[in-house]
Design a protein around this ligand. Structure first.
Ligand SMILES: Nc1ncnc2c1ncn2[C@@H]1O[C@H](COP(=O)(O)OP(=O)(O)OP(=O)(O)O)[C@@H](O)[C@H]1O
Ligand SMILES: [Mg+2]
Length: 472
């Protein structure tokens, strides 16, 4: 009995040593060598230069591909170089280093040969060749394209006035919006759906070609002002590393001008028309409704494909259904005003609050139907970030004022129906109405924000003098 116990303890000890040390690796390695020795292989050489000493583009692609593989990171030895960006470090294969890639369950060996002319040599089992060679080379091309795309500097293009002496209609600046797709406030499910919709679209080139369709996907973002539509566009651009072409229809002279703009965009880009509803009315002159519809259908995009079109509007109900038909617009995404759930997410991200004694009060006001946009609530929280309690009180006041002003508006409407006149400034969309009186009240209460409202939108602005007060 005692001997059994000793034997069990000893074998546990040995097992622990084997698992914790490199013994397992050594055994695995030798087993692989033995197994690999039993197959017939075929070799393919990718030299860095051709006979005329011109660079072989495939060599560059394969090099980039191999250096991006996780197995390089896991290999026994490899080189570290500083990358293009200051804090970037890249892994680079060493001379004569061998790495093993896996593709469609086949093992592909790469040897970094360093003779007079550098070359990469691919070794695959003869039995796998027919099955994997072509798709594997395609795979290398697309991974290389993806890596290049990620490295590219994203640019924002805007269309300028059509002047004869100007060269081209687009002017661009680097697009450095700080937003990422992850920081956008949106239902997690919806966000994941959009992400996977985009991913599956980007992988569907062959599918679209087979159907004879233009390889593009159109999104409609609709919702009141300040709910994050433009921010969402910036988030997609930064996620995909796509350039943004922001079409200003007021600078488009006629339908052919609009065609020209589309023809001058490049593939792998987002084409955006903000506030599309403003240009679809009967009164709008140039470009015409049919010109805009043709643009949306993307039929003028001849050579450069793979484009994502995004249109934003405030209210979907007032748009002609032909504009929104499937195919013309593929995905509709609603951007709602804040409810209590969205408010809590904002409180966590902006104030670091998971819970607070004032939350029940906030919830109660939301239940009475008070509405503010994420932009409005976000701005109040940012202005009061040094004191979360003050921030929540400010939000509560803003919500109360919103409730009161909506009641006042209803009352004003009823009064104007009966002949009396009241002055009310609209904030636009269904984000609520602000009475001048109520705004003054809010300013007096907190002295932190100056709220300006116009017919089109309402925005909070920092008042420098007030900001100083808030610190005291
Ligand atoms: N869902 C959201 N996620 C993250 N930030 C948001 C969101 N909604 C609003 N914001 C913040 O509010 C500000 C205004 O948002 P944005 O400009 O995207 O709104 P919009 O819907 O495009 O408004 P408009 O219809 O007036 O153009 C942004 O600076 C952004 O930081
Ligand atoms: Mg916007």
């Amino acid at each position: 009995m005692f001997l059994y116990l000793v034997a069990i303890i000893a074998s546990c000890f040995v097992l622990k040593i084997v698992l914790k040390t490199c013994l397992v690796q050594i055994v695995k390695k030798w087993w692989r060598v033995l197994e690999d020795g039993c197959y017939v292989y075929q070799f393919y050489k990718v030299p860095q230069f051709n006979h005329n000493m011109q660079e072989n583009q495939l060599y560059r692609k394969v090099c980039t591909y191999l250096n991006s593989l996780p197995c390089v990171e896991d290999s026994d030895f490899t080189n570290l170089f500083s990358g293009d960006k200051s804090n970037e470090i890249s892994l680079v294969l060493d001379c004569n280093q061998v790495i093993v890639d896996k593709f469609l369950s086949a093992r592909v060996f790469w040897i970094n040969e360093s003779t007079a002319i550098k070359s990469l040599v691919m070794k695959i089992r003869k039995k796998d060749k027919r099955r994997i060679l072509q798709p594997y080379l395609q795979h290398i091309h697309s991974v290389f394209d993806e890596i290049e795309q990620r490295k590219k500097e994203v640019r924002l293009f805007v269309n300028v006035d059509n002047e004869p002496q100007r060269n081209g209609r687009w002017r661009s600046v680097p697009f450095t919006h700080p937003v990422t797709f992850d920081t956008i406030l949106m239902e997690t499910d919806l966000k994941n759906k959009v992400k996977s919709d985009l991913e599956s679209f980007l992988k569907s080139k062959q599918y679209y070609h087979r159907l004879g369709k233009v390889w593009k996907r159109s999104y409609l973002l609709y919702g009141p002002s300040g709910t994050g539509k433009s921010t969402f566009i910036a988030g997609i651009a930064s996620m995909l590393n796509y350039d943004v072409y922001d079409v200003d229809l007021s600078k488009v002279t006629d339908d052919s001008d609009l065609k020209l703009l589309l023809l001058q965009t490049t593939s792998k880009s987002l084409i955006v028309i903000e506030d599309l509803d403003c240009y679809l009315g009967e009164k709008s002159t140039a470009p015409s409704m049919s010109g805009i519809l043709n643009f949306m259908d993307g039929i003028f995009s001849c050579c450069a494909e793979e484009r994502i079109m995004i249109f934003t509007i405030n209210n979907k109900d007032q748009i002609d259904p032909t504009v929104l038909r499937p195919g013309r617009i593929d995905v509709h995404i609603h951007f709602p005003l804040c409810d209590f759930h969205a408010f809590k997410i904002l409180a966590t991200s902006h104030l670091g609050l998971k819970d607070h004694k004032l939350f029940p009060q906030v919830e109660e006001i939301f239940q009475t139907g008070a509405v503010l946009s994420p932009a409005e609530i976000g701005e109040i929280m940012i202005s009061n970030r040094s004191s979360p309690t003050r921030a929540l009180k400010s939000v509560i006041s803003a919500l109360q004022i919103n409730t009161e002003s909506r009641a006042a508006t209803r009352h004003a409407r009823r009064s104007s129906d009966t002949g009396s006149v009241r002055t009310v400034e609209e904030t636009g969309g269904d984000s609520g109405m602000f009475c001048k009186e109520s705004v003054r009240e809010l300013k007096k209460l907190y002295g932190l924000l100056r709220i300006r409202s116009s017919r089109k939108d309402s925005s909070f602005e920092f008042d420098t003098s007030d900001k100083d007060n808030s610190k005291t």
